[in-house]
Design a protein around this ligand. Structure first.
Ligand code: MET
Ligand SMILES: [Zn+2]
Ligand SMILES: [Zn+2]
Length: 418
């Protein structure tokens, strides 16, 4: 006997369908999910437009026209792509979107960030069913390549004429799950740098002890970097700052050794070795001081080290200010957002800096206020982890939360000039 068929015409079924597209890097399928979302939006009577700033990297833009299009619009963003998954380490295949009897939906992207994509559209569906008409226009963007830095995605989009023409006044983008019953909201991200350090050194017989080998030089650097990592982590452990308020530096690859058909040559010391690090800088950090530290302590030329820093996106806005959205009276959107969460029966945690990074930084760079928000309370934080899941009840509650948010933000008329 076959398992009972699920009704395909439910928000959960639509979420599962979206989760089943394999959008993992390095070869994300963008075509199929974009056509799925396009049909979904069109079935709701929304305008759709596919922009392609880079071939085969589509940005889908969906528009719900407001009754007063002269007001700056709202933009709700999400990314189409996902990080890879290791299927053998999962209890359910990562692109199966298996719904368990406890209501857990397992999929890569369930939290990051395919939930919000469908929730945006389901919220619009419900508001339309109640004949709600927004005053401000609401745009929804689905962008490619967020997980690899957004250079061919959100960065191109925000710098386009099409984006300028949207006259965006306020942005919502993805956030992160909350382990308790408070919704989390993020007013800034940490900025990512990729750091690659390379050591050169004296090659030689594997049996010899000598100074200035490439491995020794690299390992000395790793020790220095690790001490800095500990100093930052100690601040967090002592409760003096949160994870996202310090500089993180984590090794992500090591590359060295002389390959042989069976692995590595074991009796030769290599002349080159390298290591890669994921670095995240809070908006309060001074990037020049970090660069100085890298040059003088982490990869000094005196130890035969070279380095490369790949800055993944902006650190400052067009006025030279750190990329932070105000969460006080200077930002009228803040109180509207807060009230919407309260109207949805939700509690809001103290606004935070996100410890990871989102496309919102590209919008903040233009001076547009942007919050990170994914309505997932009482949910373990599983983004980029094995067995990522979201509970059906949490997903459905999120739709309701967005109904309140869209209702409040799109009806808000005072912030005319922003
Ligand atoms: C490297 S840009 C950001 C990619 C991803 N969202 C992360 O935080 O890791
Ligand atoms: Zn994400
Ligand atoms: Zn991610």
């Amino acid at each position: 006997t076959s398992p009972p068929q699920q009704d395909p015409e439910t928000p959960i079924a639509r979420f599962q369908k979206y989760l089943r597209f394999n959008t993992a890097h390095p070869n994300p399928n963008y075509t199929a999910p974009v056509s799925f979302l396009t049909s979904l939006a069109q079935s709701l009577g929304l305008k759709t437009q596919t922009l392609e700033f880079i071939p085969n990297k589509p940005t889908l833009l969906i528009t719900w026209q407001g009754s007063n299009p002269s007001l700056p619009s709202l933009l709700f963003n999400s990314h189409l792509d996902s990080v890879p998954a290791e299927p053998s380490k999962w209890t359910h295949p990562p692109f199966s979107a298996t719904l368990t009897p406890e209501g857990k939906i397992f999929a890569r992207g369930a939290q990051d960030d395919k939930c919000i994509a469908i929730q945006y559209l389901e919220a619009i569906r419900n508001l339309k069913a109640r004949n709600f008409v927004p005053t401000r226009t609401l745009h929804i963007s689905f962008v490619p390549d967020e997980e690899i830095g957004g250079i061919d995605g959100a960065d191109k989009f925000v710098k386009s004429k099409e984006f300028k023409d949207l006259d965006v006044g306020f942005v919502l983008d993805e956030g992160q799950a909350s382990v308790n019953d408070e919704f989390r909201v993020f007013y800034a991200d940490r900025s990512p740098w990729n750091l690659i350090i390379k050591a050169k050194g004296v090659p030689g017989h594997g049996s010899r002890m000598y100074d200035n080998g490439a491995m020794e030089n690299l390992m000395d650097s790793i020790e220095v970097i690790n001490r800095f990592r500990d100093s930052q982590f100690d601040i967090v452990k002592a409760g003096k700052a949160s994870n996202s308020e310090v500089i993180s530096v984590n090794p992500v690859f090591l590359k060295a050794g002389i390959p042989s058909p069976t692995g590595f040559v074991m009796n030769m010391q290599p002349s080159e070795a390298e290591a890669g690090f994921d670095l995240r800088l809070p908006p309060t950090a001074d990037p020049d001081l970090v660069k100085k530290r890298i040059a003088e302590e982490w990869a000094p030329a005196v130890r035969n080290m070279t380095y490369e820093i790949i800055e993944k996106g902006p650190l400052r806005d067009y006025m030279g200010r750190p990329l932070m959205t105000a969460t006080d009276d200077s930002n009228p959107w803040w109180s509207v957002f807060k009230q919407a969460i309260a109207a949805a029966g939700g509690k809001l945690a103290k606004p935070e800096i996100l410890s990871s990074t989102t496309d919102a930084r590209f919008m903040r760079q233009l001076g547009i206020p942007a919050f990170g928000f994914s309505p997932m309370t009482n949910t373990p934080i599983l983004l980029h982890d094995h067995n990522e899941f979201l509970k059906d009840t949490i997903f459905l509650k999120g739709i309701e939360v967005y109904e309140h948010i869209i209702h409040a933000l799109s009806s808000f008329e005072e912030a005319n000039s922003i």
